[in-house]
Each structure stands twice: as structure tokens, then as C-alpha cells.
Write a protein that binds this ligand. Structure first.
Ligand SMILES: Nc1nc2c(ncn2[C@@H]2O[C@H](COP(=O)(O)OP(=O)(O)OP(=O)(O)O)[C@@H](O)[C@H]2O)c(=O)[nH]1
Ligand SMILES: [Mg+2]
Length: 201
């Protein structure tokens, strides 16, 4: 599958203000600055579609992008950005968790992890929470260009192995780079498979 058409739809401060046309959607979450917005732009082949920034904390709303006129990609604010005030942080947390738990159109959540780092407590706790809540998700390692192919693979495998400490069944994972466009085809095919499965139902 390829993305032939992508456009900004709307930015919502809460789930109640998200699109109401019942199209399915895929959302991107992860720590601030991990590369969520960049990955959406890379997948869509559309620079500047989602706003990116070298400073963490850029995305603050639930942003919907309509793809091929038929489904959405959703850019979410990052979690775990220490420089925000407690009040802002709590508000964002609340917005993100109610979106993840209540949004019926959400068919899969992509959890982004910076491939350069050891497993961080905040990511692990978030993923464990998804598991406990029964949210379908996939892990996407980002910024693989910073490490190279071999080291990226090794880190990803190590990270997943650590997850197997408590997880009986591991979620699927992808290694990507928005900079070098690594993993684009794999991710798009993965989405396409889910789209087709849902269409067939
Ligand atoms: N080298 C490299 N840099 C990347 C990659 N993806 C993103 N970046 C950089 O990482 C920074 C953050 O990217 P964003 O896409 O804005 O990150 P985000 O997760 O949307 O951040 P917030 O919206 O603040 O939560 C930017 O400076 C990007 O250029 C990548 O694959 N490789
Ligand atoms: Mg962003």
C-alpha cells in the first residue's frame, strides 16, 4: 500500500471533539521528542504535515490526518516531558489516557521508542498499562539512522527480550528512521493488513 493523499483534518483538545465520521484510526504515542510527528510525515511522504520540533513538547493536541480519504493517522502529544508544569502534565495525561481507552475508532496504537536508549521505566510502565488495559499496540523503534543497521537490530532485540520478563506474548515491532526512511514499506504494509482485515469483517 502507498499513501497517495494525506491532509490535516483537525486538532482536538479532547476526545469529544475528535472527528465523528467513524473512520478507523491509528495513533502514535511515545516520549516527547521520540519522533512521532516526523514518522507521520515520513509515512505520508509529506514534509510539514505534522509539526515537528527539535525542542520536546511540540505536539499538544490530538491531531487527525486523513489518509487516502478513508482512514486517519493521529499524532498525540508526548508523555514524560519533565519541563512541563504539573497542571499541564496532568491535563495532557488525562487527555491521552481517555483517548486511548475510550476512542472506539482507534484500531492500533504505535508506541515509539528511541532506539539509542536502554529500556526506560516510563516506557515500560506505559506499555504494561496498555497490556493491562487490553489496548492493541505495536512497538516502533525510531532514529535507527543514529546507530546503523546492525546496532539498531541488536538494541531492538535486547529491548524486546527484556519485555519478555513479564510478557508472555510479545507485541510486533518495527525498526525505523524518518531521516533515512527506514521501515516505511513495512509499516505501511502492516497498516494495510489491518485495514483489509477490518474491511472484510
Ligand atoms: N536523526 C533522526 N532524527 C529524527 C528522526 N525522527 C525525528 N527526529 C528528530 O527528533 C526531533 C523530534 O521530532 P518530532 O517528530 O517533533 O518528535 P515528537 O515525538 O513528535 O515530539 P513532541 O511532539 O514534542 O512530543 C526533531 O528534531 C526531529 O528532526 C529520525 O528518524 N532520525
Ligand atoms: Mg510531535
Amino acid at each position: 500500500m502507498d499513501i497517495k493523499k494525506s491532509a490535516f483534518s483537525l486538532s482536538a483538545p479532547s476526545i469529544g471533539l475528535c472527528p465523528t465520521d467513524n473512520k478507523i484510526e491509528y495513533a502514535f504515542i511515545g516520549r516527547s521528542n521520540v519522533g512521532k510527528s516526523s514518522l507521520i510525515n515520513m509515512l505520508c511522504n509529506h514534509k510539514g504535515l505534522a509539526k515537528t520540533s527539535a525542542t520536546p513538547g511540540k505536539t499538544l493536541l490530538i491531531n487527525h490526518f486523513i489518509i487516502n480519504d478513508s482512514w486517519y493517522l493521529v499524532d498525540l502529544p508526548g508523555y514524560g516531558f519533565a519541563k512541563r508544569s504539573k497542571t499541564v502534565q496532568q491535563k495532557l495525561q488525562q487527555m491521552i489516557s481517555s483517548y486511548i481507552l475510550q476512542r472506539e475508532q482507534l484500531v492500533n496504537l504505535f508506541v515509539l521508542i528511541d532506539i539509542r536508549h536502554e529500556q526506560q521505566k516510563i516506557d515500560r510502565e506505559f506499555i504494561d498499562w496498555l497490556g493491562e488495559s487490553g489496548v492493541p499496540f505495536t512497538i516502533v523503534f525510531t532514529k535507527a539512522d543514529k546507530l546503523g543497521v546492525v546496532k539498531s537490530r541488536q538494541n531492538a532485540e535486547k529491548w524486546m527480550k527484556q519485555l519478555a520478563d513479564t510478557w508472555e506474548e510479545l507485541p510486533p515491532y518495527f525498526v525505523t528512521s524518518s531521516e533515512k526512511r527506514i521501515g516505511r514499506e513495512e509499516l505501511l504494509n502492516y497498516i494495510d493488513e489491518i485495514n483489509k482485515k477490518i474491511e472484510a469483517e
